[in-house]
Structure formats: structure tokens, C-alpha cells
Ligand binder design. Structure first.
Ligand code: GLV
Length: 316
């Protein structure tokens, strides 16, 4: 069977070597094609990160498309147009959950230990011990509890911070043990009112684009912190800046932005209470990702449905 890889961010041979190795362990014979140099070769399965629409539209024999990341917003609209009926399957954790948990843990500790306040004191050359908020009342609220949110929430709970979460349905998922207060999205305001650190790990969909605007973010208590490691366009950046300016939001740790790279001169770059990383919170790891994709292909070959299929209607 032929696998086409479209991933401009990773040397092709790394994918090829890992896929061939895992395929042979599963007793499958594969030919792996670099779609960026051989776009016309027809494949049975595609593994993609931000592929161009015209290439995907020309792949008429695909049995499934695997997204080489957790968020499918870059590929989903292309699937609708070009390949209706072909399943889109995302990576499920594949080593990204631990990275995300690390990123969020650092941001929560940064917020709790008042490191933004200490940075301001340092720039004024002031030696001034600050009072810490009690840990037990420093609620960390996860907006979005998918694979990334769940991995990070478990870590934060293990660090003895109280955790709460808000998801589209607010219903517990049978596959996740999440013994935290769960709010549905239509109770977002009540969830935010309880949250000292807001961790945004929502998928980008029609429902979540621009969800966190001035009015909504104002439901956070004064002095709350924001961490966004999901998708930038979920937050109205200008509104976040206004709330940072008024002190309503004490700090932001941002890994994702509406436009990436964050444009030169964007006021977020120089804001003293904003920390910026260039979309690195949880990166795709070739080894675990290739192993997971090959296991799912083996599942499809057996005539079964693999987990991780995207619900095209919900958009994630
Ligand atoms: C990264 O943003 C991903 O979706 O995996």
C-alpha cells in the first residue's frame, strides 16, 4: 500500500524510516512517498500537516487522511471540499500530552508564584517579598478537555491545585476519568468566575472562533491569568490586551496566535506581562506519531474503525 506524507516541517526520511519500521513490525508492506516532491503519485493513505488544497483534491483513491497533529482546523475545510466521505483521523496524544502538561505546569507555577509581579519588581530594582495566594483556592480552569487538556489537567491536579473544566457538552467522557467540576459551554461565564488561571485548549471551530472576547473574559476574577496553547483565534487578542492593560488579567502565556508567526510590531511582543512562545507547547514526535498511524492503518486493514476519527460536523 502507498502512504503519502505531506509535512513541510519535518525531513521526509524521518517519516519514511519510522513508518517503514512500524509497518514491518505489524507485518504490513508499505511504500512511503514524499508528496511534496511527488505530488502526482496516487496514495491509499495520506499523512498530512497543512497540505495544499489542490494536492489533496487530486488524491482520489484515499481511504483515510491522518492529520499529523492534534488540531485539525488547517485540513478540515479541505476535506469538506475535496474528499467528502473520506475519514479524517487526528493524532491522539502520541507523546504530545506530556509536552502540553509540562508547558501548562510551568505557566501555572509562573502565575501562582507571581513571577510577572517579580519581573516588574526586578525591573524597578525592588526587593519585595509578595504574599502567595493559598494553593487550595488557586483554581485552574481548563477550557477544552480533549487529549491535550486532559493530560495537562491531570498534571495540574497531581500538583494539588484545584481543577475545573468547561467542555462543549459538560458531560463526563467514558474514556476519561475526570473527577473535576465540569461545566458545559453554555455555562462558560460561571466557569470563568471560578477560575484563577484559564488554560485554553479548545479546538478551533466555527463555535470557538473569537469565543473569548472582552465581555466573556471579563467574567474571570480580577487578577486572573490566561494560558493559550490551543489555537490563537479562540481569543480576541485586542480584547486580551485591553484586559491586561486594565490589570483585570494579570498575565498571559501564549503559544498560539490568530496570525502565525506573530507579526512584527504586534503589541503582544513587548507587553511586560505577556510571555510568548512560537507554537511549540506540544510538538509532533515522529516516532510515536508514526507508530500510532501505522497501528490505525492496521486497524483499517482489518476492516475496523480506528479511534481518533474527526467528527466533520463538530469540527474536531
Ligand atoms: C499543534 O498545534 C497540533 O495541532 O498538533
Amino acid at each position: 500500500m502507498k502512504l503519502a506524507v505531506w509535512d513541510p516541517d519535518e525531513p521526509f526520511r524521518r517519516w519514511r524510516d519510522a513508518l517503514v519500521q512500524h509497518a514491518s513490525e505489524l507485518g504490513l508492506a508499505v511504500e512511503v512517498i514524499d508528496a511534496t516532491t511527488e505530488p502526482d503519485t496516487q496514495a491509499d493513505f495520506a499523512l498530512v500537516w497543512k497540505p495544499p488544497a489542490h494536492w489533496l483534491a487530486g488524491q482520489l483513491g484515499l481511504r483515510a487522511v491522518f492529520n499529523l497533529g492534534a488540531g485539525v482546523d488547517a485540513v478540515l475545510p479541505l476535506m469538506h471540499q475535496a474528499l467528502p466521505g473520506v475519514p479524517l483521523i487526528r493524532l491522539e496524544n502520541a507523546g504530545m500530552g506530556r509536552q502540553m502538561a509540562d508547558y501548562v505546569a510551568e505557566a501555572v507555577l509562573h502565575a501562582w508564584r507571581r513571577m510577572a509581579d517579580y519581573a516588574a519588581l526586578q525591573s524597578a530594582q525592588r526587593w519585595e517579598p509578595l504574599v502567595l495566594p493559598p494553593r487550595g483556592s488557586f483554581h485552574v480552569g481548563f477550557l477544552g478537555l480533549g487529549q491535550m487538556g486532559y493530560a495537562a489537567a491531570r498534571r495540574i491536579a497531581a500538583m494539588d491545585f484545584p481543577v475545573l473544566a468547561c467542555t462543549r457538552s459538560g458531560q463526563p467522557r467514558p474514556t476519561f476519568e475526570a473527577p473535576w467540576p465540569l461545566y458545559p459551554l453554555d455555562r462558560l461565564d460561571a466557569f470563568l468566575a471560578q477560575t484563577r488561571v484559564l488554560v485554553v485548549l479548545l479546538p478551533l471551530t466555527a463555535q470557538t472562533t473569537g469565543l473569548l472576547d472582552y465581555a466573556v473574559l471579563s467574567h474571570l476574577p480580577r487578577g486572573a491569568h490566561v494560558v493559550n496553547a490551543g489555537r490563537g483565534a479562540v481569543i480576541e487578542q485586542a480584547d486580551l490586551l485591553d484586559l491586561l492593560g486594565s490589570g483585570h488579567i494579570a498575565s498571559a502565556t501564549l503559544d498560539v496566535f490568530a496570525t502565525e508567526p506573530l507579526p512584527d510590531g504586534d503589541p503582544l511582543w513587548r507587553h511586560p506581562r505577556v510571555r510568548i512562545t512560537p507554537h511549540v507547547a506540544a510538538q509532533t514526535l515522529v516516532g510515536p506519531a508514526a507508530a500510532q498511524v501505522m497501528r490505525k492503518i492496521a486497524t483499517i486493514e482489518r476492516g475496523e474503525a480506528p479511534s481518533g476519527a474527526v467528527d466533520l460536523r463538530l469540527g474536531y
